[in-house]
Design a binder for this molecule. Structure first.
Ligand code: ADP
Length: 251
């Protein structure tokens, strides 16, 4: 697999608080990549750095082998992101929310409507078309947010804690959807989560703790290295004993 994003020695501090410390890892084209870590570990900051929303103090980010240029149109159309806080308007219908954004990419109202319907269908959300965004359930909102992020058919989709706050059924549906999208568009999907077990289907996991990488491997390799049956136990082991040891702590 080709490298889509390469992060080298990335650091970021707010005043004296070092939020991201010397991070290095790569995201390959077409993989499902999970950024794991407890609240405050630096996951959202890392995403903002990769998106160019926040400037790094030091380090480098290469996108398809080139230094990241956050102003470039190519970069903007390469990546989409769904943050936990939606950018859509609660007062507008789903259709009106998406229509304006869809028009940016098509310059034609009829095509814009076709495009938004296609992306809503991708997230099994066509039935939401004429509902007001503000009345949707958490799971439905997340679907529409993802449809919005798909309008430019990105190569890389970032999902910031896509299942946080969802009930168990909506969470299962969200995972089904993530896998469907990956298959359909051969898209690279990077997500953050603090639910360790949700990362089990990822090809690669990077675990963060206090802004540092404490583990970086496939779920299978991580479980083997630490002799654990679950990723949750891997994480607890690393937190309790540090990444140097290999005797699993089980809860
Ligand atoms: P996570 O997404 O893993 O929960 P964040 O990246 O949101 O972690 O935050 C990591 C740390 O950085 C937290 O202690 C948070 O308070 C701090 N932080 C994040 N953004 C800012 C900011 N703009 N100014 C100051 N501190 C910040």
């Amino acid at each position: 697999m080709n490298e889509l994003i390469k992060v080298s020695h990335l650091s970021k501090a707010y005043k004296n608080h070092q939020v991201v410390k010397d991070l290095s890892f790569s995201i390959k084209q077409g993989e499902l990549f999970s950024i794991l870590g407890p609240n405050g570990a630096g996951k959202s900051t890392l995403i903002s750095l990769i998106l160019g929303l926040v400037k790094a103090d030091s380090g480098e980010i290469l996108v398809e082998g080139q230094p990241m240029d956050r102003q470039s149109i190519e970069y903007k159309s390469l990546i989409s992101v769904v943050f936990q806080e939606s950018i859509l308007d609660a007062e507008l219908s789903v259709k009106d929310n998406l229509l304006i954004r869809s028009y940016f990419y098509t310059n034609n109202w009829k095509k814009a409507e076709q495009l938004l319907k296609e992306k809503l269908a991708d997230v099994d959300g066509l039935y939401l078309l004429n509902k007001r965004y503000g009345v949707l359930s958490g799971g439905e909102r997340r679907k529409v947010d993802i449809a919005r992020a798909l309008l430019n058919t990105p190569k890389l989709l970032f999902l910031d804690e896509p299942t946080t706050g969802l009930d168990i059924i909506s969470r299962a549906n969200m995972w089904k959807l993530i896998h469907q999208l990956k298959e359909k568009y051969q898209m690279t999907i990077v997500l953050t989560t603090h639910y360790m077990e949700e990362a089990r289907d990822s090809s690669t996991i990077v675990m963060l703790e206090k802004g540092q990488v404490v583990a970086y491997d496939s779920p299978k390799e991580l479980k083997e290295t630490y002799h654990c049956l679950t990723l949750e136990d891997v994480f607890l082991t690393i937190m309790e004993k540090g990444s140097e040891q290999n005797e699993c702590i089980s809860i």
